[in-house]
Design a binder for this molecule. Structure first.
Ligand SMILES: *Cc1c(COP(=O)(O)O)cnc(C)c1O
Length: 392
């Protein structure tokens, strides 16, 4: 078994699939033009970008490809949506509603706005990580201009009632943005049916390249620029487009949506197989997130009497890659803001590990990972200072 590696951190990033890589490769050296150039090299590159834009628009059922704006990733799309819409609509009011379990790209953008004088309401969530609709209705004010609620949470996989929330936003003449980075390829996204005004997505969570994402922005809406500098993206986002990444992103989105139900079915089987083996062999665990309304590939487990960071490191020694809460905060030992918002006590939250499966995760991978997990948990509990009476 020595030297075996099992990657169970697909919610942090995925490998680039070969279909996607093949789509990207010619763009590095053959079709290398700048899409803004007028000559044939530029036109060639520009048509590659158009194709990717069309593929993404089709995949999320946008009315028009021009509603897709390429960005450097999900974080930029989130920052742009929150700050750009807030600034463009501040003449109407300065109140924004979001949730306490958003990705830091949204939360930190909101705290910047707070310093500028915007008022932010952070909605609480229930123990499953769901935003309470009554609380949302209660939070709406005359000066509310934007509601930003993520479609799927990256730490626990809970799926929000996005369509209901968007409908409420519009009944109150408020814009609705959703961070759909973890939703893409996992739940059906139809921006028209779901009445979404702005939506953030990213390539590297769906077997595409890192550093590439997009903001969907419904036609007719105003947004202030986040990055000034050129005529790219219809004057709304300066910077020469990352053509290879965009080509790969387009392909990755097309595949993710095409294979959505097959992949979710596969992931469900793998997750349930993993979980049943874990349950049979390890006591004092808690599964976080909604029992049904969740994506199939993400599994958050709290192990009592264990430090998540220590478990991560022991697993890593045996080649099993997982994550404690979100990768972005993994160098701080603060309990996850998501688990905290779900009412999970600090001591339990500290012992939480996220296993996120990928479309290439096999039963043999799971067998190996669970074996390593059982041994690691045993070792850590044997030396754990956080024992509870009668629990060992
Ligand atoms: C990964 C992630 C992001 C950030 O996307 P990047 O492309 O890595 O910047 C934002 N939101 C969620 C929910 C994510 O999982």
């Amino acid at each position: 078994m020595a030297g075996r590696k099992v990657y169970l951190d697909n919610a942090a990033t995925t490998y680039v699939s070969s279909e996607v890589l093949n789509e990207m490769l010619p763009c590095f050296n053959v079709l290398f033009g700048n899409p803004n150039s007028i000559h044939s090299f530029g036109r060639e590159a520009s048509s590659i970008v158009d194709r990717a834009r069309d593929r993404i628009a089709t995949a999320i059922n946008a009315k028009d490809s021009n509603e897709i704006y390429f960005t450097s990733g999900g974080s930029e799309a989130d920052n742009w949506a929150v700050k750009g819409l807030a600034h463009a609509y501040s003449f109407k009011g300065k109140h924004i509603i979001t949730s306490s379990i958003e990705h830091h790209a949204v939360l930190d953008a909101c705290s910047v706005l707070e310093k500028e004088g915007f008022d932010i309401t952070y909605l609480p969530v229930d123990k499953y990580g769901l935003v309470n609709i009554a609380e949302l209705l209660h939070a709406i004010r005359k000066d509310t201009i934007l509601i930003s609620i993520m479609s799927v949470n990256n730490e626990v996989g809970t799926i929000q009632n996005v369509k209901t929330i968007a409908k409420i936003a519009h009944e109150n003449n408020i814009l609705f943005h959703t961070d759909a980075v973890q939703a893409l390829g996992a739940v059906k996204i139809d921006v028209q049916d779901m009445e979404i005004d702005a939506l953030s997505i990213s390539a590297h969570k769906i077997y595409g390249p890192k550093g590439c994402g997009a903001l969907y922005l419904k036609n007719g809406l105003k947004i202030d620029n986040l990055i000034d500098g050129g005529s790219q993206e219809r004057g709304k986002r300066g910077g020469t487009l990352n053509v290879p990444a965009i080509a790969g992103f387009g392909k990755a989105v097309e595949i993710a949506v095409r294979d959505l139900s097959v992949n979710q079915q596969k992931l469900k089987i793998i997750r349930e197989y993993f979980l049943s083996k874990v349950r049979d062999n390890i006591d004092y665990i808690h599964i976080n997130g909604h029992p049904q309304q969740k994506v199939q590939g993400t599994l958050s487990i709290s192990f009592e009497m264990i430090e998540g960071e220590s478990l991560l490191m022991l697993l890593d020694l045996d080649g099993v890659a997982v994550s404690t809460s979100s990768a972005c905060t993994s160098n701080s030992l603060q309990p996850s803001h998501v688990l905290k918002a779900m009412g999970i006590e600090d001591e339990i939250a500290q012992g939480t590990v996220r296993f996120s499966f990928g479309k290439n995760t096999s039963k043999a991978d799971v067998d190996y990972a669970v074996e390593v997990l059982i041994n690691s948990v045993k070792k850590l509990r044997a030396i754990s200072p956080i024992t509870k009476a009668g629990r060992r």
